[in-house]
Write a protein that binds this ligand. Structure first.
Ligand code: SF4
Length: 306
């Protein structure tokens, strides 16, 4: 990835001040995007940061469902995306109709919806979750309830195994995390026997099985900091290497595979962020009736997580 131009950074920071904008970025963003953000985090902490944003304008450096989440939680703020085409293929696999058809078949079921979904899907779900709180939220569900977990079958399967509970799963998964393969991971472990394996629970279950730790991006960063180990094999999108190397310069981080790049996350650039603030584009909106229902599922997630 090319080095950021210092002039671009200065221009962006000046504009950010002029527009009184609050910039929220995901850990999978380019290093220079993370460095100019007011807040960098995982999906859950981004949602909380949006809710508590001290400015009227929020620029979200992340894929579309993250910007939608900010709109749903802060309907009175102006939420901008620098790249409206930055989306999540896994989120786009599922529709509200998929959930409604399931609900028709099992009217007493509970739908737990990963935040990686369009607002329309959140609006017909009972509660949202992220990778950092999915287990906690599922533990709050009555043990005998039939639960439909959407849309990530790997995350759902990994949590179901951890909690020893049956879940009905939608069939999608993250194409980036799916690139982490067991045989490559084991080869790396042979080359770096002292390295701890840290992976995201969007990875395949057989990959999670051999990991020393599976957790959200924030949890992976915290684990690496608290661990006495000095080297780590990382099974999540390459953007996480930036905060890891910044926070722990003495430690070694090895990416599980070079294919751990989400092209949608990386489609956001400083140039696009400058354009976005200059022209106050592209404003993200969510139709009111969808927004109000989706908000219930998101607020319920926040309530169950605390
Ligand atoms: S990393 Fe995977 S889950 Fe995250 S935005 Fe990219 S495709 Fe979607």
């Amino acid at each position: 990835m090319r080095n950021p131009d210092g002039n671009l950074i200065d221009r962006f920071l000046k504009l950010k001040e002029e527009r009184s904008a609050y910039v929220i970025a995901h850990y999978y963003q380019r290093p220079e995007v993370q460095d100019v953000a007011d807040f960098v985090g995982d999906s859950y902490s981004m949602a909380l940061a949006a809710r508590e944003a001290p400015c009227e304008t929020i620029l979200v450096a992340g894929v579309d469902f993250m910007a939608e989440t900010a709109v749903i939680l802060c309907p009175d703020k102006t939420v901008l995306t620098p790249e409206p085409d930055a989306t999540c293929p896994m989120a786009n696999d599922i529709t509200a109709r998929d959930v409604l058809e399931y609900k028709e078949r099992y009217p007493d079921s509970i739908v737990v919806c990963y935040v990686n979904t369009p607002a329309e899907v959140k609006a017909v779900s009972d509660v949202c979750c992220t990778s950092s709180n999915a287990a906690k939220i599922l533990e709050k569900m009555p043990p005998d309830a039939r639960v439909f977990f959407v849309p990530d079958r790997y995350l759902g399967c990994n949590i179901a195994r951890r909690l020893n509970r049956d879940l009905d799963l939608f069939h999608s998964c993250c194409p980036t995390h799916e690139e982490v393969r067991l045989h490559e991971l084991l080869e790396l472990k042979q080359r770096y026997p002292d390295a701890k394996i840290l992976v995201h629970p969007e990875c395949r279950p057989e990959v999670v099985d051999v990991a020393d730790f599976a957790g959200s991006t924030r949890a992976i960063i915290e684990y690496a900091g608290a661990s006495e180990a000095n080297s780590f094999i990382i099974g999540t999108e390459c953007g996480i290497l930036h905060p890891l190397q910044k926070a722990y310069p003495g430690k070694e981080f090895i990416l599980a595979t070079e294919d751990l790049i989400c092209p949608n996350m990386k489609s956001i650039t400083l140039e696009k962020m400058i354009y976005s603030l200059e022209h106050l584009e592209t404003r993200v909106t969510v139709e009111e009736s969808i927004r109000d229902r989706a908000r219930i599922a998101l607020e319920r997630m926040i309530e169950y997580s605390t």
